[in-house]
Design a protein around this ligand. Structure first.
Ligand code: GLY
Length: 369
């Protein structure tokens, strides 16, 4: 039996089901939501090469026919062209209001397909089948959908909650170690933002789950998703608490922008380094003891993750330029940067009250080490 986290949004409640083998069993899970035995699946070519046949077989065992559109893998797919292609393909497939669209892939596919479902016929239902760790613990849950703009990431989109999320933890075994650890950056974030016990659990169990321990993987995904669900239930559209999920992201997005959103730094890697910097900034501002950032860095290093700016290959711009890149972040409110700072492990809070000088000095020191 899969683990289940229920997201209790009024009128838009859904389950996140977590465990190995859910793709093979997808038909049984999705069938109760269908008005006719047909789904449209949108995936990327890499995921499809590895797992599409298993999904189609899993749907077929419940008598569900699937048609599929395969898009190129990679962040460039989160843009207007593939969105237009997806929506027009769904219309060609005669997908109606009562049908279900399946987003089968990582965060790029989940965000794009969720947005296509949000705008198609003013909104059709969709099921997320996330295949990366990052998508399983973060982007498939909570209803943020969208694409990137030339002006920045995720600037075009809609809140559109899925009808069901199937997080098959067995597919995590096909990720590269680097992609797995990048997703793990988001897992660590949950412990750091709101659950010191979970962080402690990760300090003990992180190496085993990275090595493939399935029970530990399911538990890490379950606890992460439960925390996300709790936050999304309190604040679906990010008027307040949901911003906590952006711990590490203000620094992380600036680093991603500075590295051209390239292979030099994956999103989850930027988040991990960003968490370490957010803790450092919090300690410098006297909000937490120096022990907290040291513990964060020690865990990232123990997991062999990118931890410091020097772990990013190639040159980085100077601290002032990085600070400027933070100003482009979508979390700017009335020109004021919103940071997620912390009073200790698991005690993050949102603030707009951060002196630019303090950020600058953290970045200058980080660039020197
Ligand atoms: N990934 C942050 C959020 O869903 O709010």
């Amino acid at each position: 039996m899969p683990e289940i986290v229920h997201v209790s949004l009024p009128g838009r409640a859904y389950d996140v089901r977590i465990g190995p083998g859910l793709i093979a069993d997808a038909g049984r899970h999705i069938a109760p939501f269908l008005r006719r035995p047909k789904v449209a699946v949108i995936s990327d070519k890499t995921v499809a090469g590895l797992h599409l046949q298993a999904l189609k077989d899993g749907l077929a065992t419940a008598g569900i026919e699937a048609t599929e559109l395969l898009l190129p893998a990679g962040e460039a797919t989160k843009s207007w062209g593939p969105l237009e292609q997806s929506v027009e393909w769904l219309l060609d497939q005669k997908i109606e209001r009562g049908d279900i669209v399946v987003a089968f892939g990582g965060g790029v596919i989940g965000d794009l397909v969720g947005f296509a479902a949000a705008v198609l016929r003013r909104g059709v239902r969709f099921v997320q089948i996330p295949t990366s760790l990052l998508a399983q613990v973060d982007s498939s849950v909570g209803g943020k959908t969208g694409i990137n703009a030339p002006q920045g990431k995720n600037l075009i989109g809609a809140f559109h909650q899925p009808t069901l999320v199937l997080a098959d933890t067995a597919v995590l075994g096909t990720l590269t170690a680097r992609d797995f650890l990048a997703g793990y950056g988001e897992v660590v974030k949950y412990g750091l933002l709101g659950d010191a016990d979970f962080f402690e659990w990760l300090e003990v169990n992180g190496p085993a789950l990275a090595a493939g321990d399935m029970e530990a993987r399911v538990e890490a995904v379950r606890r992460s998703v439960q925390m996300k669900a709790d936050i999304v239930e309190r604040d679906e559209t990010e008027q307040g608490d949901r911003a906590l999920l952006n711990l590490g992201h203000t620094f992380g997005h600036a680093l991603e922008a500075a590295t051209g959103y390239s292979d030099r730094l994956l999103h989850g890697e930027g988040v991990a380094i960003g968490c370490a910097l957010a803790y450092e900034l919090s300690a410098r501002m006297g909000l937490c003891s120096q022990e907290s950032p040291s513990r964060v860095r020690a865990h990232l290093k123990a997991m062999r993750m990118k931890t410091d700016l020097s772990d990013i290959p190639g040159d980085l711009p100077d601290a002032a330029t990085l600070l400027g890149l933070m100003g482009q972040d979508k979390k700017v409110v009335q020109g004021q940067l919103r940071f997620i700072l912390t009073r200790g492990i698991g005690e993050a809070f949102v603030t707009g009250d951060v002196p630019g000088d303090a950020v600058l000095s953290v970045l200058e020191d980080a660039l020197r080490t």
